[in-house]
Design a protein around this ligand. Sequence first.
Ligand code: NAD
Length: 418
Amino acid sequence: MKQSPFDIAKELFYRYAEPLALDKRYPGQSLMERLTQPDRSVEFRLTLQLDNGGTLVSRGYRVQFNDDRGPYKGGIRFHPVVDLEEVKALAFWMYLKTAVVDIPFGGAKGGIAVDYQKLTVAEKERLTKKYTTILGDEIGPEKDIPAPDVNTGEREMAWIMDVWRMIHGRYERGVVTGKPVTIGGSQGRKSATGRGVVFCIEEAARDLKMDLFGATAAVQGFGNVGSHTAQFLHQMGVRVVAVSDVYGAVRNLGGLDIPALMAHVAEEGRVGGFKGGEPFSRDDLFYEPVDILVPAALENAITAAIADRIRARLIAEGANGPTTPEAIDLLSKKGVVVIPDILCNAGGVTVSYFEWVQNRQEFYWTAERVDEELRAVMTRAYREVADEAMRNRCSLREAAYRLAIARVADAAYRRGAQ
Ligand code: NAD
């Protein structure tokens, strides 16, 4: 039977939590149960009025997984295959991620199962605002703070902030992060996840003695995370030779002109048709003979069958949960170094934290300061994970889980039974 994303998330947690022997360290505290069950899940029907007078029924979700270390925090995804199991998995990974980079948040996630791209802008606004209205009191700057994820961005965050202001009668910019800069967003938030992925790649390359200048990369997914990762790699002199999106892929062995490709995608909405490369099959991207592979689309993209044929030395997980447990084992046997999602893509939530701090102080940082602080957080987290891996002779993924679980378990224990 096919495992759900939540089953996979639990499997990985148990696998890496076992050596920590939480039951011995905190006897009688049921920490394994507490840390693998969401605090609360909300699922609801949304009926959207379409422009043509008809209606569209979809389902909305918000899962608040854990707030032992701080308020719930996590993105909102609008995608046809969203369901409760997926949202639970993503919320689970969020609280581990905030713990890996040691920022004072817990973890949550939300979404709507809808083909969002097919809606008009007016329909999108009504749907986002209805979702927020239904959640009403569930979210707030000291309770649960949404952010962008697949198919959502600063436009949706502005709509959410607006509805929250109408419901609660006051301005609270910190209710969401990833807002437009004109209404309290942070400099550098849009590109932060990609920026963080590249900071991690720099650290890993140093450990692997890989010269990034002239190294080659392939990126799966050319949305927020994939395009910015490609952009920063390109700026550093890495040759990004192949990128894909849901519709197709382009390749140029001499290196794609990423700024030109970003301009093309802004116009056309897809990488296909880009003159600076040749089209090829989206699903062959993983087999390119590159140094660095960046999955930046959706979960379970790299299965064991795919992992078997991967030729990259380094995989940087821009997406959440892109590698199945079997593929994780296979890649490890092959000696491929994988920077795990809960570390690699934590740049987004880190700058979200900076945005929330700026909103609380109503004092705004320069882009240079955001970048500097982000680099400090990501490199410190990477080094802590790499040191833990060295100490325990384990993978970066196991080390990241060990650090995160130990931090959250300690917080949960100190707070007592809730
Ligand atoms: P996005 O909607 O901006 O982009 C997703 C991209 O993936 C699009 O280009 C889409 O066409 C492509 N895609 C989808 N299915 C594909 C497939 N089968 N093959 C190739 N490409 C495919 O989303 P995003 O915000 O960039 O998120 C991507 C991943 O990164 C998700 O796993 C998300 O949870 C994770 N993530 C996002 C952020 C953030 O700040 N946005 C932060 C951390 C993690």
